[in-house]
Every structure is written in C-alpha cells, then in structure tokens.
Design a protein around this ligand. Structure first.
Ligand code: PMP
Length: 425
C-alpha cells in the first residue's frame, strides 16, 4: 500500500473525510488524496516522495511559489520576537497603509485571520451600516463558510452537489437572495423589486469558485450603478483575485470602486491573514468606533503579517504581473491548442495569474455554461495529469494558479503531459 493510501486510511479514522477542508479529499475526482510533505517553488512532494508541478498553490496564496526564501526569513525573524501579543503592532499599520496605497477603494482596513472572517465581517458591517437585512449573492460564488453565504455556493459545495449547506436555519437563509451571475436582467429585476431592502451585494468580481468565469464590463458597470442608486453596499470579494489578477485586483481591471473589499490568501503569503476594508464612513461603524462588533484573538498575528508584508514587497516589483500574466496566458493558450490537436472539446483562459480549464468548446459566460461542461472527462484528465506529476485542483469547478516560480521549462513539461493526456482521453 502506498504511504498516501496508508495515511488516508488512518486520517479517516480521526478526521471527518480524512481532511480539514472538504475539497482536499478528492471526493469528486475519486482516488487517494496526496498527503504533502514539502513544497518549494513550483513543486510539491507527497508522502511517497513523488514530485509534482503544482497549479493549486495552496488554493491561491503561493503567488511567489512555495516557501520563498524572503518570506520564510521574514517569518523566522518575526517568530523570534514572539508569536502573538493580542496587542497592536507597528507591522499591522504597515500592512494597512500598504493595502490602502495599493487599492484606492480602501480608506480603512481591518485584518482578520481568514477569507471567511473577512466576508462574514463585511456582511455584518454592511447590514449594520444600512440597517437592512437582505443580502445578494450569485449562484456558484463562494465566499467562505459563514451561514448567510452558504446558499447556492461554489467550490466544495458545488463539487459535492450540495450547494446549500445543512445547519443553516431557513429563517437565516431567507435573507440571502441568490441571482444568476453575469445576468443584467436578473440584477435589474431584483433591484426593482427589493432594492430598498438590500444591505449589500457580495460578488466574486471574477469568479474562481465555479471554475473561472469572467463577467462582462457592462454587467459590472450596471451592478455598480444599481448599488449606488439604491444605497446598497457593493462588496468585492477579492480573497482569491486580490493581487492574483494584478496589483489592483479586479477593481483595477474593470475600473470599478467597490464600497468594501475582502482580501485573504496572497496578503498572508501562506499564513492566515484576511482583511476587509473600504469607505471610511462604513468602516467607522466597527467596534470600538461603532456598534458593529468584530474581533479576533489572533487578528493581525505578527508572524502572519510579516509573511504577508514580505510577499507584498516582492509582488510590487516592476514587471512582476506582466511576466506572470504572460506566462499564465501562454499556459492557457498552450493547453487549449494541445486539446485541439486531439479533437477534444475544450477551452481555456487566463486572467492575470489565474486560469480556467473547461471541457466544453466555448468559454463559459454563466454558471449554467460551467455546469454544462464534461465533468467525467475532467476527472480522467485530472488523474492522467496527476500520474504524470502535474497537480491541478481536484475539481472541475475550481480555477488554477500559476506562480512566479513556474519556469518556462515547468510550463512546457505540463503542456507536454497535457497533450499526452488529451491523446489518451
Ligand atoms: N472568498 C473567496 C472568493 C474564496 O475563494 C475563499 C476561499 N477559497 C474565501 C472567500 C474563504 O476564504 P478562507 O478559505 O480563507 O476562509
């Protein structure tokens, strides 16, 4: 028995499903999850000593590649000064000032320890600010696991065919209005009927949790205008896209100013950091200034923030996103042409350093388009790639990530493996 299989068997005896986050379990693609022992640059190694070129990147944070020496050193240095104080530090101000400098929509920001905390807090804040209860989200978007957001969600919920979580009271879920993503008529209808009841709209401004879906500029402009018109707080959930699609996030790409932004993943450089921030007028409603409560024992952890600061320092270097985006675009184009060569109905696209691979002939514009893709074929492709040493996200409904550590040689090796896989499909 392989060491991975042995560990999986053992894990399932003490941990539900053998994992601490559902998508890790390989439930939808089948087979044995790889228990990783080490990650460096573009590579990971599993318990059997097999090496992979990694396109998951810890689900987004590892934009510099794994264990970048400068980030590791920052963590080591910070750890020597103490792991956690529960008191403010200068480093947190530095992080706040940096985020405010990079994302003009953010006038004030608070640090938390995960993306879930960021979105949960942003929604409470929007409700407290507006005095309204209803929120709008979009089918297939995932915003972490707070109760009101686990309605028709993406990521693992979509992967396992259970898009609305158990354990969420109907009385609670009824305040979550769920709309079709990237549909202007659905937006207009909802705002016309209930605009004055809506506290906020939360959106993945480029979706990455139902695979990658890119909304139209017209849609995003309409969304911004409707929120302004109805006094609705517009929340861009950039936990995944922030510093992934570019230095200014999706808000920079589409030139839209959200009222609040949520961040996570990259801003922690692989350590637990999330953030929510935006208009001063809204942010001042948070305790201790205002009545909306939000707190955290480990919020602004000195070690985690040090990792984030080191990461943000490196990705601000001139040309960083140009090079990384070009490499990711070349990867998406290369994989699509490999599929075409073997007559596989397939398409691919990149936005900055994230990509979507679709077993369908055209790029998806909606949740329904994504659902129409060939999931079985994805699963077979996934396993062929894994066997060949290329680790893609274990679900047809997740975006993928390229890091600055992926060399042209790594990408070429993955494209060669993909071509081989398409030939076998
Ligand atoms: N929002 C988005 C857009 C995400 O992709 C995720 C995680 N994949 C979250 C929120 C939740 O973040 P976390 O897993 O850190 O709680």
């Amino acid at each position: 028995m392989s060491k991975n299989a042995e560990l999986f068997e053992r894990a399932q005896r003490s941990i539900p499903g053998g994992v601490n986050s559902p998508v890790r379990a390989f439930r939808s693609v089948g087979g044995t999850p790889r228990f990783l022992t080490r990650a460096q640059g573009a590579y990971t190694w599993d318990a059997d000593g097999k090496q992979y070129v990694d396109y998951v990147g810890s689900w987004g944070p590892a934009i510099l590649g794994h264990a970048h020496p400068e980030v590791v050193e920052a963590v080591q240095r910070a750890a020597l000064d103490g792991l956690s104080f529960g008191a403010p530090t200068e480093r947190e101000i530095e992080m706040a000032e940096l985020l405010i400098g990079l994302l003009p929509s953010i006038e004030m920001v608070r640090l938390v320890s995960s993306g879930t905390e960021a979105t949960m807090s942003a929604i409470r804040l929007a409700r407290g600010f507006t005095g309204r209860d209803a929120i709008v989200k979009f089918e297939g978007c995932y915003h972490g696991h707070a109760d009101s957001l686990l309605v028709k969600a993406g990521s693992g919920l979509l992967t396992f065919g259970n898009p609305s979580s158990g354990g969420v009271p109907a009385d609670f879920a009824k305040h979550t209005l769920v709309l079709d993503y990237n549909s202007i008529p659905a937006l207009e209808e909802c705002f016309a009927a209930r605009g004055s009841e809506i506290a906020c709209v939360i959106i993945e401004p480029v979706a990455g949790n139902m695979n990658l879906v890119r909304p139209s500029q017209a849609y995003m402009d309409r969304l911004r205008a409707l929120c302004t018109e109805h006094g609705v707080v517009l929340i861009f959930d950039e936990v995944m896209t922030g510093f992934r699609v570019g230095l200014q996030g999706v808000q920079g790409l589409y030139n839209i100013t959200p009222d609040l932004t949520t961040l996570g993943k990259i801003i922690g450089g692989g350590m637990p950091v999330g953030a929510f921030g935006g208009k001063r007028e809204i942010m001042e409603k948070i305790a201790p200034l205002g009545t909306v409560y939000q707190a955290g024992t480990l919020s602004g952890s000195p070690v985690a923030v040090a990792a984030g600061l080191a990461t943000l320092r490196l990705i601000r270097q001139p040309g960083f996103y140009e090079a990384l985006s070009a490499r990711t675009a070349a990867f998406a184009a290369g994989i699509a042409s490999a599929a075409a060569k073997h007559g596989v109905a397939f398409s691919a696209q990149a936005v900055g350093a994230m990509f979507g691979l679709y077993f369908s002939p055209a790029l998806p514009q909606s949740f329904a388009d994504v659902m129409a893709s060939d999931r079985e074929r994805f699963n077979r492709f996934f396993h062929l790639m894994l066997e060949a040493g290329h680790y893609l996200a274990p679900s047809a409904f997740e975006a993928g990530f390229v890091s600055a550590a992926h060399s042209d040689t790594d990408i070429a090796a993955t494209l060669a493996a993909a071509e081989d896989a398409f030939r076998q499909l």
